[in-house]
Design a protein around this ligand. Structure first.
Ligand SMILES: C[S@@+](CC[C@H](N)C(=O)[O-])C[C@H]1O[C@@H](n2cnc3c(N)ncnc32)[C@H](O)[C@@H]1O
Length: 224
């Protein structure tokens, strides 16, 4: 999916009725569904790097709604819980929130004080300090220096297209309907869904061919 970002589709800024913040309940459900896997993965990561003074996290494709801080919150809670169980001090966290440069980072940054206030409120001295940084750029390119990130998270982003790939099933199906005279070509031209939902084999093949990662688990689930 290494696509050029010439025709970039960003989520809408959060001060609008059509904003991502006001229209992301599906993404929220996905985050909640994947929570157990996130927790297991964090536990596994910690067991490999502990003791550590500062954990560096990246959330790739954070957008700008309230969910921009949700993965960070979950990850912090999991780390704090594990440290409590083992009677060790919680490490500091450095969090890199990444999205395309057109993303509404102003809203993300304006939400940082509220996020810190929430952290203080619900677990006072148990957490380590958390430092948030914005990283603008495409995750299809290099975003960090070597060996910077302990844990990278990305939710509901890989299907987000900057260009329709060749052989896209949805495009093919729509063009078939045009050929059969069931849909107007101009309607298809004006219709834009910047999504691509791969079947399970596609990401498996990409990860295998790219070679940097080993796929431990893959799960599919339905959301509506
Ligand atoms: C549907 S939103 C998901 C946001 C958030 N992760 C969530 O779960 O609610 C997809 C986000 O991915 C971002 N995105 C898409 N392609 C990207 C890329 N190549 N690099 C960085 N961010 C990207 C989009 O700008 C958008 O904010």
């Amino acid at each position: 999916m290494g696509m050029a970002s010439a025709n970039v589709h960003c989520t809408n800024a959060t001060d609008k009725q059509i904003s991502y913040a006001n229209n992301s309940s599906l993404q929220n459900k996905v985050l909640l569904k994947t929570r157990p896997m996130l927790k297991d993965t964090i536990k596994d990561m910690l067991s490999k790097i502990f003791p550590v003074t500062c954990i560096k996290l990246a959330d790739l494709g954070c957008a700008s709604g309230p969910d921009a801080f949700l993965p960070t919150y979950e990850i912090m809670n999991t780390i704090t819980g594990i440290c409590q169980q083992s009677h060790s001090e919680s490490p500091e966290l450095q969090v890199f929130l990444n999205d395309l440069s057109h993303n509404d980072f102003n809203t993300v940054f304006r939400s940082i004080p509220a996020f810190h206030a929430r952290l203080l409120e619900d677990k006072r001295d148990l957490r380590g300090p958390c430092f948030i940084t914005g990283i603008a750029g495409s995750f299809y390119q290099r975003l960090f220096p070597n060996k910077t990130i302990h844990f990278a998270h990305s939710s509901y982003c890989l299907h987000w297209l900057s260009k329709v790939p060749k052989g896209d099933l949805l495009a093919k199906s729509l063009l078939d309907l045009v050929d059969k005279g069931l849909v107007n070509e101009s309607d298809v031209d004006s219709f834009n869904t910047p999504y691509y939902y791969p079947c399970e084999e596609e990401p498996k093949k990409i990860i295998k061919n790219e070679g940097s990662f080993v796929l431990d688990k893959i799960k599919t689930f339905k959301v509506n």
